[in-house]
Design a protein around this ligand. Structure first.
Ligand SMILES: [Fe+2]
Length: 449
């Protein structure tokens, strides 16, 4: 596409630029009738040929919805119509440079960079929000996927919002943060289930870093300050905006959610894009995530494989125990989110067992942290999955379905896989054929009907 040798503009990373609706999708197997709702996914999907160097994080957000009802499946996809994309559509070409480019001169009234809305999509307070960590969320209509506009909690949210908020499984509160290259760098927020912003707390992390995710427990919010440092001065020198500075190490801030007090832990330099979960146990905080030894943001190769990892933070003496849990390349960790912030047993990941990493994942992987047992689902034939999303059915952990979207390079098509989580390696319950390929994206969530 666009005669680029950038792998993130080719294969199934290349954008699918048609918006559409399709009903009564072909299904192999049966869609469980109890599964009523929609799996929303979002990813980068540049509408116009990018200006200069393209980074995977730059593309315009496109939302893909698989709607399941009465055993039938439908599909709909729409762009997140950001102000930036609308201005580009008016102009008929790209206007914004991306992460790897210097800012361009833009028509008046536009923000200095595009709020692509391409990273995650969540249901919150009867709204559908497309998230992008450098900006405010976009609100979309859940049924039509039409972009309503920016969502700022009725004018109360004045800064960016992470693409990885957490839901308090007990009261439905939305727990999140925003980060910025300027002091105090990080701000913690809490929204109630009705959509009111009820808590705002600045946290001085001491260093302007890219902080993609965080993690919470019932009593704490945990911020990993990994040394991928914003250097605004680099932009003029055409050097990367984000610089890996391992000399700072990684600082871990543990905020007491009641008092706001922050306790800092110091570790060696590493990077985490995503956490699986965290919980309190015997005076410590156990944090599970995917660790990379370092992060390179100067191109599209992040430099190091992500591996399942555990940090145990001793709240009494400030020590950290750091353990690699598996030697498999694994990312996009998800759990049964009824256990968010509480001790969980299972994690579901997109993974690559190799030998060739082929610029993507080749299986999904379930890990039992109690026994260390691993199970894999691999459709074979070079098919490639995205992030697996758990949807609960019964009361117990792992009693539910795992939903994932796969791409088959041999026939250039995609399908939604529905599995019984408890029969992870077994035959899938249903394979729902998408009407066309669904480009690899970032994150998605299930929103019940
Ligand atoms: Fe993410």
């Amino acid at each position: 596409m666009w005669n680029s040798d950038n792998p993130f503009l080719n294969g199934n990373y290349a954008p699918w630029r048609e918006e559409g609706d399709a009903y009564d999708l072909e299904v192999e197997g049966e869609v469980p009738r109890e599964l009523e709702g929609a799996l929303y996914r979002v990813g980068p999907n540049p509408h116009f040929k990018p200006l200069g160097r393209y980074h995977w994080f730059d593309g315009d957000g496109m939302v893909h919805a698989f709607v399941l009802r009465e055993g039938r499946a439908a599909y709909r996809n729409r762009y997140v119509k950001s102000d930036g994309l609308q201005a580009e559509m008016k102009a008929g070409h790209a206007l914004f440079g991306g992460l790897l480019e210097q800012p361009r001169e833009l028509p008046p009234g536009l923000p200095p960079f595009k709020n692509a809305g391409n990273t995650n999509i969540v249901g919150y307070a009867n709204r559908l929000l497309a998230l992008y960590e450098a900006s405010l969320p976009h609100e979309l209509k859940p049924l039509t996927l039409e972009t309503v506009g920016l969502y700022d909690f009725g004018g109360k949210l004045n800064g960016p919002m992470t693409a990885h908020p957490k839901f308090d499984p007990v009261n439905g509160d939305l727990l999140f943060f925003g980060y910025s290259p300027f002091p105090p760098y990080v701000t913690w927020y809490r929204g109630d289930r009705a959509g009111n912003l009820v808590e705002t707390r600045p946290i001085d992390s001491g260093l302007p870093v890219m902080m993609h995710d965080f993690i919470t427990t019932d009593d704490y919010a945990i911020f990993f300050v990994c040394p991928s440092v914003f250097r605004l001065e680099n932009m003029a020198a055409r050097k990367p905006l984000m610089n890996w500075e391992p000399e700072h190490g990684t600082k871990i801030g543990v905020m007491n959610r009641k008092t706001g007090e922050v306790k800092w832990f110091n570790a060696e330099a590493f990077f985490v894009f995503h956490f699986l979960n965290a919980y309190e146990e015997s005076g410590s905080l156990v944090v599970d995530g995917c660790r990379m030894a370092a992060l390179d943001m100067s191109g599209n190769d992040f430099g190091n494989p992500p591996l399942p990892w555990r940090w145990t933070l001793n709240l009494a003496n400030g020590s950290i125990k750091s353990e690699q849990l598996d030697d498999i390349l694994a990312e996009f960790p998800r759990l049964d989110e009824r256990l968010a912030g509480k001790k969980n047993r299972y994690g579901y990941f997109a993974a690559n067992r190799g030998p060739d990493d082929a610029n993507g994942f080749d299986c999904i992987f379930k890990r039992d942290s109690q026994s260390g047992r691993t199970e894999f689902q691999d459709l074979g034939g070079g098919k490639m999955p995205g992030e697996p999303v758990f949807v609960p059915r019964g009361c117990a952990e792992d009693d539910g379905w795992v939903l994932s979207v796969w791409y088959d390079p041999k026939v250039d098509s995609s399908e939604l896989l529905i599995q019984d989580a408890r029969n992870f390696s077994g035959h899938p319950i249903a394979r729902v054929k998408a009407p066309h390929r669904v480009p690899f994206g970032f994150h998605g969530n299930w929103v019940p009907a």
